[in-house]
Design a binder for this molecule. Structure first.
Ligand code: ZN
Length: 307
């Protein structure tokens, strides 16, 4: 696993819709004792998560009595306003306008850095990954859904927590309803989850993952080819719009879909190129940090609060 580099020892938490990842990041930046536990649920959604994180903090400190832990980082999903310390909305975990940073600070006797899982993962990509050194970049994880972090002039755009929702921008006005309530969102066409679902709807066969749909397309399955190409087209159009509006130097693509490697990046770059004229052409780069980017970003957030 990637190391964060030397700094304060911190405890890092990445609270997900299903699992919570926790770990000690020691003074060398090495991730130790990485665990996954079920995310706590309760009538008081935010209170349940905060109590669970506080318990895990105690356990981690007991297991590592020699570690000089200086702070704690916690990142959560949904819409997050880092500056206000508020979980604005999480459909998955069920909170709305929850003052999570303050609740965490009340429950934990160490400085707490609070943040958004997607932007924290992007921070890791910016500091130690594929986006290192870039000032204008959009970081797009594509898995079950599609998320995004926009970096302009070296700053992450937050906009009260609402920025970067690339998955919920319009791709097809006559498309499928999206769980978000809108119609034809990009993630209903181009996420790994959508590729599997659309192939199942058209072929009657549910394949395990998007890479299986891609493999079927390469074996001459015309339904699979259609679904895969529609996904690539929708992504290319979105990237072309980003090129026109934000002119990033690069788009960093991560998540499960990026595992397709050149079979994704090659055709995607060709189609983006065909849609642009005078625009600055973004380089398309695979993410480098991997699936624990959120946890590493959480540790960065903790170190940031301490410095
Ligand atoms: Zn949507």
């Amino acid at each position: 696993m990637t190391s964060l580099g030397p700094g304060a020892a911190v405890l890092a938490f990445d609270v997900g819709g299903t699992d919570t990842k926790s770990a000690l990041i020691d003074e060398t930046g090495t991730v130790r004792d990485l665990r996954r536990t079920a995310t706590a649920r309760g009538a008081d959604a935010a209170g349940a998560v905060v109590a669970d994180v506080a318990r895990l903090v105690r356990e981690l400190r007991e297991r590592h009595p020699g570690a000089d832990v200086a702070g704690v980082g916690v990142v959560v999903p949904g819409l997050v306003d880092e500056a206000a310390g508020v979980g604005v909305f999480s459909a998955n975990l069920g909170w709305r306008d929850a003052p999570i940073a303050a609740l965490l600070q009340d429950a934990i006797d160490l400085p707490v850095g609070f943040g958004h899982d997607v932007r924290a993962a992007a921070r890791a990509e910016l500091e130690i990954g594929a986006a290192r050194g870039l000032r204008d970049v959009v970081i797009v994880p594509i898995g079950t859904g599609i998320a995004g972090t926009i970096v302009t002039d070296g700053r992450i755009l937050v906009s009260g927590g609402y920025a970067g929702e690339l998955g919920h921008t319009l791709a097809d006005p006559h498309g499928d309803p999206c769980p978000c309530g809108a119609v034809g969102c990009l993630e209903t066409v181009a996420s790994a989850g959508a590729i599997v679902r659309r192939y199942a709807e058209r072929s009657g066969t549910r394949l395990p993952g998007a890479r299986d749909v891609l493999a079927a397309a390469r074996m001459g399955d015309r339904v699979a080819d259609g679904v895969w190409n529609e996904a690539i087209d929708a992504l290319a159009q979105q990237i072309a719009r980003l090129a026109g509006v934000l002119a990033p130097e690069a788009i960093v693509i991560g998540g499960g879909l990026a595992q397709a490697g050149p079979l994704l990046f090659g055709p995607l770059a060709e189609r983006v190129d065909a849609l642009l004229s005078f625009h600055r052409r973004p380089r398309l780069i695979p993410a480098a940090v991997g699936e624990d980017a959120g946890l590493l970003g959480s540790a960065l957030r903790a170190r940031e609060v301490l410095s």
